[in-house]
Design a protein around this ligand. Structure first.
Ligand code: ADP
Length: 294
């Protein structure tokens, strides 16, 4: 059986309805995986493929999509099934025709809906399982102290990866100092919020009715400011989005400084994933944060 026949078979079993698709239409690669649309003319699915040893990554993505979908706040693709076929790992989810148009007020709606998703809380920071950020492992074992969580599971982990990749010297020295002292910047009391976790502009779009959709998450429960910070890192979220979010659930004073602290995690991850081009930005962020503490 070919991989596609096996995937179609899995879809038939999961939905309880025979699914006999035409040839898959390749959608090219995202940042990490290759993707295809599988359709029989009546039903269509979005399928992500990668090497078999990455099945765990797809399991975690499926769990993350389900956790966000359960909040019924902002649209996410419904995950359907995952597995290994012909040596490749696959994840099947609902296909959503993205980006056709954006209705009036859609960006504001996205801000309000994200605030609603962030209201979903947990008893501690983390998640019931690890996942990935890009293709980097993201450790989510629960902790009740947010500062400790951010130190151990986020910044400290990425700094160690950077050291292993050979980024030593001042990045590590100043990074270590920041790890020891950044609690001075967290002078609010965040509640654990369900986060998308990787909310850059490429992971949000609009469905054919112009409603916001988010996908490709790195879910965990954390300070909601971490999601908002990332929306400001690479652009793609406009004033209406931020104004509507802030009206629905105002950010705490001091957010502007913590934004750098939270985005440093993603910049270190980019350094570890994509290389030296991100070193200067990581160092500048660390220096700016240290200057805020002094
Ligand atoms: P990767 O994990 O490789 O980064 P993404 O999940 O970001 O892949 O998907 C790649 C692209 O495919 C997205 O930028 C988006 O345009 C599109 N896409 C993602 N999910 C869906 C979906 N469920 N239906 C249709 N298109 C999707």
């Amino acid at each position: 059986m070919t991989a596609w026949a096996a995937i179609a078979d899995h879809i038939s079993q999961t939905t309880g309805k025979p699914f006999e698709p035409a040839s898959p239409r390749s959608l090219g690669g995202g940042c990490i995986n290759t993707a295809a649309r599988l359709s029989d003319g009546a039903r269509e699915y979005f399928v992500k493929l990668n090497r078999a040893h990455l099945l765990d990554m797809f399991e975690a993505e499926s769990d993350g999509l389900a956790e966000m979908a359960a909040t019924r706040s902002i649209r996410v693709p419904q995950p359907l099934c995952y597995g290994i076929a012909d040596g490749d790992a696959y994840l099947v989810m609902e296909y959503i025709a993205l980006g056709r148009h954006r209705s009036d007020g859609a960006a504001a709606e996205a801000g309000r809906q994200l605030a609603r998703m962030h209201r979903q809380s947990a008893d501690a920071f983390g998640w019931h399982r690890d996942n990935t950020i890009g293709s980097t492992p993201q450790h989510n074992a629960w902790m009740t102290d947010w500062v400790e969580f951010w130190r151990e599971r986020r910044l400290g982990f990425q700094l160690r990866l950077a050291a292993e990749a050979g980024y030593r010297g001042s990045l590590q020295r100043r990074g270590e100092r920041l790890l020891a002292e950044f609690d001075a910047l967290i002078d609010h009391a965040p509640v654990p919020s369900l986060l998308h976790g990787d909310l850059w502009g490429g992971n949000m779009s609009y469905d054919s009715e112009g409603r916001p959709v988010i996908y490709d998450p790195a879910v965990y429960y954390g300070d909601r400011e971490a999601d908002i910070a990332m929306t400001e890192l690479f652009g793609g979220f406009d004033h209406d989005f931020h104004a509507a979010y802030d009206e629905a659930w105002p950010l705490d004073p001091g957010y502007r400084v913590r934004r750098d602290l939270y985005n440093l995690y993603h910049i270190l991850n980019h350094l570890n994933l994509f290389g030296r081009g991100y070193l200067g930005q990581a160092q500048r962020l660390i220096d700016r944060l240290l200057a805020e503490i002094c």
